[in-house]
Write a protein of this length. Structure first.
Length: 269
């Protein structure tokens, strides 16, 4: 196959890994992952069942793996992340692996749980099939991923600023799975009793620059293949910050940042 014939890759996998490596080396911004990990554990408690072998897909700073290791009945937790730097920061059984290629044989776990990594998968149906195969019969898949409403404020501000200052815009919005379609995707991948729902987490910041600093610290900066490769101009950044404060600013002078969290649940028949 020639380069011109290769299928288009939605995400630049190398850039994405480097973004996560950079976040890990800088200490990482973990507050959102920690909050989502807590919410996943709360949901896990609601099933009233113990699990023996758990796979943490997209471990990031390790908040979810640590919570799983403390649970009664858990005998083994395996954590995977595409970033070798995050993997080296963790403890216990760890592996560097991209969620698009899960390196485990069939029926390896009775729980696969994932916090905020599946929105970086270009082929979500294919990854769901791999997850289902890695689960034992009656095993549980429980995940959280960012939805399409995430960071709508900063995306709007950047769009308007780039249009005003540079006469064009860079692709910044990843295609997001529709909540109404996720349960159907789970069913198509072979899961039983699929459930999908959404929650919103709103965080406030002093300004847009502080928000961008946290996005970078999470390893969530733009890794679309079609993104603009040149740095954002200072004038464009200043204009985006002004648009953000003008359109979304709160009475106390701070700005809100919205994170839409989609929760996925499915069982292996």
């Amino acid at each position: 196959m020639t380069r011109s014939q290769e299928p288009f890759a939605l995400f630049d996998r190398r850039a994405w890994r480097l973004h996560r490596d950079r976040a890990a080396r800088s200490g990482g911004v973990d507050f959102l992952h920690a909050e989502v990990a807590d919410r996943l554990i709360d949901r896990l408690d609601g099933f009233g069942r113990q699990f023996r072998t758990a796979f943490d897909l997209g471990a990031h700073g390790g908040a979810l793996s640590r919570a799983l290791a403390r649970r009664p009945g858990i005998e083994r937790v395996v954590a995977a992340d595409p970033s070798p730097a995050f993997v080296l920061r963790g403890q216990g059984n760890r592996v560097a692996a991209d969620p698009e290629l899960i390196p485990f044989r069939e029926k390896s776990f009775d729980l696969v749980i994932s916090a905020l990594v599946l929105h970086w998968v270009g082929d979500l149906p294919g990854t769901l099939v791999q997850i289902r195969r890695a689960l034992e019969p009656t095993g549980l898949f429980l995940a959280a991923m960012l939805g399409g409403r995430t960071l709508g404020e900063i995306r709007t501000a950047l769009f308007e600023a780039e249009l005003a200052e540079e006469g064009g815009v860079s692709p910044r919005v990843s295609p997001a799975a529709d909540l109404a379609d996720i349960a159907a995707l789970l069913l198509r991948a072979g899961f039983a009793m699929p459930v999908a729902d959404a929650e919103t987490i709103t965080v406030t910041y002093s300004d847009a620059v502080a928000l961008m600093h946290d996005i970078r610290g999470m390893g969530e900066t733009n890794a679309l293949t079609a993104r603009r490769r040149t740095p954002l101009r200072r004038t464009t950044l200043a204009q985006a910050a002004a648009f953000y404060a003008e359109r979304f600013g709160l009475p106390d002078g701070r700005i809100p940042a919205t994170f839409e969290i989609l929760f996925l649940t499915g069982w292996v028949p």
